[in-house]
Design a protein around this ligand. Structure first.
Ligand code: ZN
Length: 683
């Protein structure tokens, strides 16, 4: 599971607080590194630094390098998964970009380049967040002219089609908005499979066929089930029966997977521990066989592996499958930030204290909290579904029974959150939406620290806290499960961030610090997050629902005591917190209630909470927020380029590796397309 969303572009400036148990404070200032490379459409391209890399051992550097290469080799797998014509479209667009002989200074050509940059960003023709087909701001006619004046030899040929037919197909895919319009359909009133363009199911397959196929093979009495359908495409055989074709060596994506395997073999030679070696062997075995039991065995080894260098590489997250089974390919290569991890270790060590002292009913508390392994990491390479749009944290593995029996790893990616904060230092957001200079000061001083701490508390403790009464099943809350679960985890974090225990444990320097978190959370939940909503729409996304639910509930319940005050000044709305302790009490009350709802599986109460506080938008305030943001010209989404790594060799041996920060987004994309493409245009 990924938490992409907590640090959005809306959070600004702050202070870097080295939280190591002693109250050391160090001001976070804008540094010299250029974090923002460019901005276009609704996107912004950033870079991240890799502090501490030079201090690693030569073998650790090699290990990171080999795993980084493996991360790049899977790129085209994701492109093909995101849409069956994506690789052909990319080849066509890149060919124009590189060989077009006409005028490149016109607005039309610039619009073409923007379209290509958006397609790169989304790893295909569908918007990475909304999953709608991206509309190019050029005409089909102009596109044909571009193709005519570009090198015809480089145009892709789709299997079973001539070059001319291939081009017509590609033009249809790009310009016909009714043809394969959406990557993932969420509209449950229609066939989810038939209406999703994601390349997990062959054309013509229906939702009913897929669900009845899986119902027929699934063993519902199995306590340790494999992740059915995780790594396969669904097609039909000659007899019209549903069959699965695995993504593995010698099958679909085999050419790319073999490259991944060869880098994993190199990584194996310099692995840090026997356990890590064993894990890499299992992963290779899984890539060769496609066997899902091997995948589970690999995950059990991985979750217990505490090596400093660590990585994710595989078919992991299922958000792009309308049926929630098939996983997109991704990779994250990283090493542990030992200093920053002390913070999460302190939290994990005190997990039982937090459970015992929470405001929820004793019947819903865990007698024994199992420690969550949580760490802060520094990424060195992002690949597949994590590139260029990047999560700020990951909690894996996803299989429920492995999490229960063997635990999970929760990570916060701090060189990414740090980049976000640096990039936002000069955005003007804070000045626009803060009520006064005191709010700005608090945010500048403690915003970065308390945001990271919120994420730690949410992940390490929040999701793992509480227990469900016997007989209550996971699906009792149905479609309200996700927003309520996120509400619960956020409330746990918000309640405890204001607790004196934070200062006692050395996690916060003083009582002022957590106020920064309350101010930015409430402001975001009641107001600034509306930036992501189209006028007239409701809030759909689970995290956004949860943030408004909490903020609005507290605002309404605290009205009579004026706990949160809505102020209008010169036609602009602000929210001011008048009593932080009373707000904390309200958060505790809501936490107790949401835990009760989960523990008892009280669907009706959950529904009322979400629908009353989390879904509807105040249209007037919404309009105002959009207007204020328009002036600021902030991009809604950010992504990152990776650094390159330069090998320093002597007599054919690698003696050192250096980080090279790149500054050209298009160049990196073209480099990856040129050097890491192993798949045919159709798979
Ligand atoms: Zn969460």
């Amino acid at each position: 599971m990924k938490y992409v969303s907590k640090v959005t572009v809306l959070i600004t400036i702050s202070i870097m607080f080295a939280c190591t148990g002693n109250n050391k404070e160090q001001e976070m200032k804008e540094d010299d590194f250029n974090y923002v490379l460019e901005q276009f459409a609704d996107l912004r391209i950033l870079r991240y630094q890799v502090p501490g890399f030079e201090d690693l051992s030569p073998d650790q550097k090699k290990l990171l390098y080999y795993l980084g290469q493996a991360a790049l080799c899977g790129r085209d797998i994701l492109w093909d998964q995101n849409g069956r014509y994506n690789l052909a479209v990319r080849q066509t667009l890149e060919n124009i970009y590189e060989t077009y002989s006409g005028d490149r200074e016109t607005d039309e050509f610039k619009n073409f380049v923007t379209y290509l940059k958006r397609v790169w960003f989304s790893n295909g023709i569908y918007h990475h967040y909304s999953s709608d087909k991206i509309t190019p701001e050029i005409s089909e006619e102009y596109f044909r002219k571009l193709v005519e004046k570009s090198n015809a030899n480089n145009l892709p040929q789709i299997e079973g089609m001539s070059k001319e037919e291939s081009l017509e197909k590609i033009i249809k895919v790009i310009f016909d908005e009714r043809y394969l319009p959406k990557k993932v359909s969420q509209d449950a009133s229609k066939d989810l499979v038939a209406n999703s363009a994601v390349n997990f199911y062959d054309e013509g397959i229906t939702e009913k066929e897929v669900t009845s196929y899986y119902n027929s093979i699934r063993d519902i009495h199995d306590n340790t089930p494999v992740s059915y359908g995780l790594n396969t495409r669904i097609t039909k055989n000659e007899n019209g029966e549903i069959v699965e074709i695995p993504w593995k060596s010698g099958s679909i994506y085999g050419e790319a997977i073999d490259r991944i395997i060869s880098w994993l073999n190199k990584a194996h030679e310099v692995a840090e521990t026997e356990q890590q070696k064993e894990g890499i062997e299992k992963l290779i075995e899984y890539y060769k066989t496609g066997d899902l039991e091997t995948w589970d065995e690999y995950n059990i080894i991985w979750v217990n592996d505490t090596s400093r260098v660590d990585f994710v590489n595989g078919f992991i997250e299922i958000y792009s499958d309308p049926l929630g089974m098939k996983a997109s390919w991704e990779s994250v290569v990283n090493f542990k930030d030992i200093e920053a991890t002390k913070r999460t270790e302190i939290i994990a060590q005190n997990a039982q204290w937090f459970e015992d002292n929470s405001p929820v009913d004793n019947r819903f508390k865990k007698e024994e909290v199992k420690g969550v392994s949580a760490k802060v990491i520094t990424v060195t390479m992002l690949g597949g579904d994590c590139y260029p749009h990047t999560p700020i944290g990951i909690n894996l593995p996803n299989a429920g029974w492995i999490r229960k029996d063997h635990g999970s790893k929760s990570v916060t990616i701090e060189n990414i959150t740090y980049s976000y904060h640096q990039a936002n230092l000069s955005s003007g957001f804070l000045e626009e939406f803060s009520f006064d200079s005191a709010q700005i000061e608090l945010e500048k001083k403690y915003g970065y620290l308390t945001n990271n701490l919120h994420t730690d508390l949410h992940e390490c403790l929040g999701h793992g806290s509480g227990k469900v009464l016997e007989g209550v099943t996971d699906d009792a809350l149905k479609n309200y499960y996700s927003p309520l679960e996120e509400t619960r985890a956020d409330l746990f974090a918000l309640y405890y961030i204001m607790d004196p225990k934070m200062i006692e444990l050395g996690l916060l320097p003083n009582e002022e610090a957590p106020k920064a978190q309350y101010i930015s959370y409430i402001r975001n939940g009641l107001m600034t997050q509306l930036k992501r909503i189209e006028p007239g729409n409701d809030i759909q996304q689970a995290h956004m629902r949860n943030r408004q639910l909490i903020s609005k509930w507290c605002y309404e319940k605290g009205k009579k005591d004026d706990i949160i005050e809505k102020v209008n000044r010169d036609g602009k709305t602000y929210f001011v917190i008048n009593d932080y302790n009373k707000l904390r009490e309200l958060l505790g009350d809501l936490l107790a209630e949401v835990q009760r709802i989960k523990s008892e599986g009280d669907y009706e109460a959950g529904k009322v909470l979400v629908e009353t506080y989390g879904v509807k938008v105040d249209p007037e305030l919404h309009k105002e927020v959009l207007k204020r943001f328009e002036k600021l010209n902030l991009a809604a989404y950010s992504g990152f380029v990776n650094p390159d790594y330069e090998l320093i060799e002597k007599n054919g041996e690698i003696i050192d590796i250096k980080v090279k920060y790149v500054d050209d987004y298009a160049k990196q994309m073209l480099n990856y397309s040129k050097n890491y493409s192993y798949l045919p245009v159709m798979n």
